[in-house]
Design a protein around this ligand. Structure first.
Ligand code: UDP
Length: 237
């Protein structure tokens, strides 16, 4: 049973339930970029992202990745395990795009021989600065053991996703993951969607993700729906 709101983020609202071990994650149509400086509402965005994320989490579960997903309770609402979120944004990169091309001498589109995993401190107050293992441990954000495990899970997810998306005509330049603790285990939390991944069409190289919104590159609803059509075609039947 849905009870009071626990937290409302930029794109999702989290509700408590009558079971303290379970929460409801509702995907909304709101969208922000550049630390919340750019905002909008896009019809069907919440629906597309919820369905894409659900399908990817179900697929990952079949490959041995533990996620917080329990089940969908509506088109845009996921019942999830309550986890203690680890305050790290885990970024995996296969092709150079976004911040790495602004901060380092690497051109957009450069294919990395090995995937890159990096960590940002999940903190609106400090603007999500990049950190390394030593900083994360020194600040009490995580432990060396957990970070190593998270890195390995992130790389496994990357291998699975690259292959899965390739079959659906999509390249995966980069994406962001979040993890949480539950009963001594590390679970994949948050979402994997057009808001948290870069998806490029394999044939045209066109962005089918939040970069459309960040840089006014076209019709975001159409692009998110296109990704949903490739990943969850059954919802369009
Ligand atoms: N990302 C995210 N949330 C964040 C930061 C990054 O979902 O707070 C995702 C982003 O959509 C992209 C990847 O992580 O797929 C790498 O983002 P990047 O560091 O390039 O930042 P950006 O250029 O998007 O500011």
């Amino acid at each position: 049973m849905k009870m009071e709101q626990l937290y409302s983020g930029k794109a999702k609202t989290i509700y408590m339930t009558d079971d303290p071990t379970k929460l409801i994650s509702q995907f909304r149509d709101s969208l922000t970029a550049f630390d919340g400086k750019k905002k909008s509402e896009i019809a069907k965005k919440g629906y597309c992202n919820a369905q894409i994320s659900r399908k990817i989490y179900e697929m990952l579960e079949t490959k041995g990745i533990k996620t917080h997903l329990i089940e969908m309770i509506s088109d845009t609402e996921m019942l999830v395990h309550a986890v203690e979120i680890i305050k790290l944004e885990v970024i995996v990169r296969n092709i150079a795009a976004g911040s790495i091309t602004r901060k380092y001498p690497v051109k957009e589109g450069t294919i990395f021989k090995n995937p890159i995993v990096s960590f940002d401190y999940k903190s609106d107050e400090y603007g999500d600065p990049m950190l390394n293992e030593d900083i994360a441990v020194a600040l009490g954000i995580s432990t060396y053991e957990d970070i190593e495990q998270i890195r390995n899970i992130a790389l496994k997810i990357n291998r699975i996703l690259v292959e899965y998306l390739d079959k659906r005509g999509l390249l995966l330049p980069d994406f962001k993951l979040e993890f949480g603790h539950k009963d001594g285990e590390i679970l994949l939390a948050d979402e994997i969607s057009c808001d948290t991944c870069r998806f490029w069409d394999k044939k045209t190289g066109e962005s089918l993700d939040k970069d459309i919104f960040r840089f006014d590159k076209g019709d975001l609803s159409k692009a998110y729906e296109e990704v949903a059509r490739r990943i969850v075609p059954e919802i369009f039947e």
